[in-house]
Design a protein around this ligand. Structure first.
Ligand SMILES: *Cc1c(COP(=O)(O)O)cnc(C)c1O
Length: 344
């Protein structure tokens, strides 16, 4: 009954197998290994982008900040939602790596085209004295488990393009979004006006690997230099490559995402039947739900693990409605969810 996060689960056996297979003999370091060639080809195929530059790093934060740094100058702003991972959970690494500052679009986890336009209009009004407009960063799946439809994505990138600003997609949960929308990777990215993607692996079955996909191959060298200077050029790179190879092989990444989403939908339905209220409509593998304290206490006593959201389990009023976050990873089973629901 573990719902704390999708980076707390095990790695997928196919990923482990490829790592084991790679653990033999010698391979050139720093991304010159043959498995990286395979991965690059596969990712270009998945994205229908034969020219794209593809790199691997070991954390999602590194993927985000290195990609963003390649899209902006130190005097620019990075537009993102007020609860974006790059704002709340990266310890100012985006600012550190890019030199730019974040410019927050208000209105919760999902930016609207109007709110984005309004925020962009607020910047760049003071000539040399003020910050200049820079890239827009969109998170898909959002930090609150919501999705941007293709229409909504296109509306945002249209605003960005109307100001000639590049677009970054934080896809820590890229696969979960893709299978939920039922579209292609190209449709969710470059066909929708996205210039750079952080393509998550860790939360969906890898040990620790994320890809950065830059649709403009001219950015490749800058990315390589920034990655090395930023201390994220992995030495025994074949072990990153092997993880990503196992992840992509035979559509493992889509199967794991589907399993996580389906189990999350099952959990959401169960919670709803028990009378829980949702803070955000659950659309992928993350749920934010509210129900009385005494139920949370009972679930915790029974061994359920999840984060309370902006409140504490301890308190006097047993009927107080408390919010919590539930994340389903690829390895959670329907039995575990049923067991969890049986404690209500
Ligand atoms: C988990 C996550 C990341 C990456 O986090 P790391 O801990 O650096 O791997 C990036 N963006 C979002 C939205 C995430 O949920």
């Amino acid at each position: 009954m573990f719902f704390a996060s999708d980076n707390a689960g095990a790695a997928h056996p196919k990923v482990m197998q490829r790592v084991m297979d790679a653990n033999d003999g010698y391979a050139m370091p720093y991304g010159a290994d043959p498995i990286m060639d395979e991965v690059r080809g596969k990712i270009r195929e998945i994205f229908e982008a034969p020219e794209a530059a593809v790199y691997l790093v070991s954390t999602g934060t590194a993927a985000n900040v290195l990609a963003l740094a390649c899209l902006c100058k130190p005097w620019e702003t990075i537009f993102c939602s007020e609860v974006a991972h790059i704002q709340e959970d990266e310890c100012n690494a985006p600012e550190f790596y890019s030199g730019a500052k974040l410019s927050l679009v208000s209105g919760g986890d999902k930016m609207t085209a109007d709110a984005l336009r309004a925020r962009i209009e607020m910047e760049n009004t003071r000539g040399v004295h003020g910050p200049q407009r820079g890239p827009v960063s969109i998170t898909q799946v959002t930090e609150r488990g919501s999705l941007y439809s293709l229409e909504e994505l296109n509306a945002l990138t249209e605003v960005a393009k109307s100001y000639d600003l590049p677009v970054h997609l934080d896809g820590a949960r890229f696969a979960n979004a893709l299978v939920a929308l039922g579209c292609s990777a190209a449709e969710m990215t470059w066909k929708a006006g996205v210039d750079a993607v952080s393509f998550g692996g860790t939360k969906n079955g890898c040990l620790g690997v994320e890809a950065v996909v830059l649709f403009d191959p001219e950015k490749a060298w800058e990315f390589e230099l920034r990655r090395k200077r930023g201390a994220h050029l992995f030495s025994k790179h074949r072990y990153l490559s092997a993880q990503m190879a196992g992840y992509l092989e035979g559509g493992t990444w889509l199967q794991t995402a589907r399993a996580a989403n389906e189990n999350c939908a099952h959990l959401a339905k169960g919670l709803q039947q028990k009378g829980a209220e949702f803070l955000h409509p659950p659309q992928a593998n993350m749920i934010f739900a509210r129900f009385p304290r005494h139920l949370h206490q009972r679930l915790h006593q029974a061994g359920a693990v999840y984060y309370m959201w902006g409140c504490t389990l301890e308190g006097d009023d047993p009927d107080e409605m408390l919010a919590a976050r539930f994340v389903c990873d690829w390895s959670i089973t329907t039995d575990q969810i049923n067991q969890f629901l049986s404690h209500f």
